[in-house]
Design a protein around this ligand. Structure first.
Ligand code: UT7
Length: 353
């Protein structure tokens, strides 16, 4: 049976930024509240479609792996904010990339989507169904935010991250995975106004959340998942070189870190720059950790997430020898023609009127 490892990585962060202070001019909140309760200082707001961000992150990951789009057997996009319900965002990415030999499908496991996607890539490779999977976590979740729902409007941001998962005979890559779900938590984190359930109703488009229920569950499930994946891999907690957790709240991340008795250098945090980009947080963080030299050859990593559903999961992962991209590309998103705050406000007016 083949092992599955990551050979390419990349991210796409849309240029428009909205700081907490700017957001506080249109949402009943303050920089002080957002910073102390969540750790977020700013977020990016996309001026392009989700599939455009996903495609650019995918191109960067392909370049880092030294591959052509035609080398890919399967494109998986983990997202809960697709361009359209039908077809999948993965099919838009497939054609925009020119991944002419690839199957394509989306997966929605909320903020755990990337970890679930990684388990799919692992299975596809282990069974020989695919040798090279392009796995992208990509979200345009600011499009779902109602600025009058301040408990969620301040927490989320847009972005994409991608990895190339390849078959290998080396003892590297995914060492173990643990996944779980509990649909009893469905109402605690959900989006209203979209989906067949809402046809013919006047429900507003909004992400709504019981913050403290999600918080409590996230702390327990992310901590448990990290420990389970570590034990399944035959590691002890102090052997972990770097935990790359889902970035939903710096206090959740800190609680997981304390449970592992790990010091701050062993847990990657970038939530202050992007907010919660849902399924995109882990591949964005992974790309940044590599760019910053935080991952060394053969490091032991744990990737862990919790999200809507509820869903949760973790992967214990041994990095390979290469921590530098094989090549890079110069492509960028088009220049935005308006500010991030204007994008959010205009959308509010258009969707909620
Ligand atoms: O990716 C997985 C999904 N998301 C998460 O994992 C997020 C999990 N939850 C959280 O991160 C936290 O629960 C929040 C950051 C959402 C909230 O933090 P909290 O410390 O649990 O605050 P709270 O919900 O208990 O609210 C405390 C107060 C309330 O006021 P009162 O009742 O004490 O007067 C809220 O009305 O803060 C108020 N509040 C706000 N104030 C200013 C809630 N949202 C805001 C806001 N700005 N945006």
């Amino acid at each position: 049976m083949k092992n599955a490892t990551i050979t390419g990585w990349g991210a796409c962060i849309p240029q428009p930024v909205v700081t907490n202070e700017e957001l506080a001019s249109v949402v009943d909140t303050s920089d002080e509240w957002i910073t102390t309760r969540s750790g977020i200082k700013e977020r990016h707001v996309s001026h392009v479609q989700n599939s455009d961000m996903a495609t650019l992150a995918g191109k960067r990951a392909l370049a880092a792996a030294g591959l052509d789009a035609s080398d890919i057997d399967y494109v998986i996009v983990a997202t809960c904010t697709p361009d359209r319900q039908i077809p999948s965002t993965a099919c838009y990415v497939q054609i925009k990339l020119g991944a002419v030999n690839a199957a394509a499908a989306d997966i929605n496991a909320g903020c755990t989507g990337f970890i679930y996607g990684l388990s799919m890539a692992h299975g596809l490779i282990a069974t020989g169904t695919a040798s090279r999977v392009l796995l992208i976590g990509s979200e345009r979740i600011t499009a779902y935010l109602d600025l009058e729902v301040r408990t969620t409007a301040v927490l989320f941001g847009d972005g994409a991250g991608a990895v190339v998962v390849e078959a290998t005979d080396q003892p590297v890559g995914i060492q173990s995975m643990t996944l779980g779900s509990d649909g009893a938590g469905a109402a605690s984190l959900t989006a209203t106004g979209l989906g067949t359930e809402f046809i013919g109703t006047d429900a507003r488009l909004a992400v709504v959340m019981d913050g403290s229920d999600v918080f409590k569950n996230a702390v327990v499930r992310m901590g448990d998942s990290t420990i389970t994946a570590t034990e399944m891999a035959g590691w002890t907690a102090d052997e972990i070189d770097l935990v790359i957790p889902h970035q939903a709240n710096v206090r959740i991340i800190d609680a997981v870190r304390r449970r592992l008795k790990a010091d701050e250098s062993k847990v990657f945090v970038n939530i202050h720059k992007y907010g919660n980009t849902s399924a995109a947080t882990i591949p964005i963080a992974l790309s940044e950790a590599l760019a910053e030299g935080r991952i060394k050859p053969n490091d032991k990593l744990v990737l862990v997430a919790f999200g809507a559903g509820f869903t949760w999961g973790a992967a214990a992962f041994t990095w390979g020898d290469r921590v530098e991209p094989i090549s890079t590309i110069d492509d960028e998103l088009p220049e935005p023609t308006t500010t991030g705050l204007d994008i959010m406000v205009q959308r509010q007016v258009a969707f909620q009127s």
